[in-house]
Design a protein around this ligand. Structure first.
Ligand code: SF4
Length: 230
């Protein structure tokens, strides 16, 4: 695809995302956006704050992030004056490790449950709608991702989960970020293609699978995008 045609395609897609945001983001604080500070989340954040500069931006502070991720998060929060809400697990890393050892090695599902799923679901339950930068192309587990879906939280509460970038390709995300002058997390320059907690993130093991560097291939999802069974 030529540069001209990708620009045209990306501009049309940006307009479509802006339209979704304009109809869903009310400015009443009832819509949140979860942001890992990876490229698609930062792109969506940029588009959302153009509509509501105070939209709650939820960041899961697991205590295990790369120093680069934390520095970049702080930089973007400062430069864009984000209404950043850092979600903390019940226990600090030191407390969890003293009690259970290195759960990310022995029981990564449990570690993600304690440090990601529990705090996120608790926070999201306070909103009507939840915006995410999820894309179908990111992983095999996301190929059936819907742009709008009702998401059931444990305990029965339901929230509207929106993924307005669902059909975007990585190339389109990169192109849009460049077009909108969005600086990206520097770890991409070192070859990472999907970036989470440092102990569970490596360079991709399979060049055709951007999430193959997460959990050394042991699992593909942390659990925050898996809803409670009905
Ligand atoms: S990604 Fe790894 S370190 Fe982070 S919460 Fe999950 S298991 Fe723990």
């Amino acid at each position: 695809m030529s540069l001209q045609s990708i620009s045209t395609e990306v501009n049309a897609k940006l307009d479509a995302v802006r339209a979704v945001l304009a109809s869903e983001v009310t400015g009443k604080g009832d819509v949140c956006l979860t942001c890992s500070f990876q490229a698609e989340d930062v792109l969506l954040t940029k588009l959302a704050i153009a509509i509501d500069p105070r939209i709650p931006i939820l960041f899961l502070d697991t205590g295990y992030h790369f120093a680069e991720t934390c520095a970049y998060r702080d930089r973007m929060a400062r430069e864009w004056n984000l209404n950043l809400i850092e979600l903390l697990p019940e226990k600090t890393v030191a407390e969890q490790e003293a009690e259970h050892g290195l759960l990310y090695r022995s029981a990564p599902d449990r570690c993600c449950g304690l440090r990601k799923v529990e705090p996120l679901f608790k926070a999201v339950a306070g909103y009507r709608a939840w915006l995410t930068g999820l894309r179908r192309e990111q992983a095999r587990s996301r190929t059936a991702l819907e742009e709008r879906a009702i998401f059931a939280l444990p305990g029965g509460k339901q929230v509207l989960k929106l993924a307005p970038l669902a059909e975007w390709t990585t190339r389109e995300v990169w192109h849009a970020c460049q077009q909108l002058d969005i600086p990206l997390l520097p770890l991409y320059e070192r070859g990472y293609t999907s970036i989470g907690c440092e102990p569970c993130t490596t360079l991709p093991l399979d060049p055709n699978d951007p999430r193959s560097g997460r959990w050394a291939g042991q699992k593909v999802e942390c659990g925050i995008h898996i809803q409670a069974a009905s």
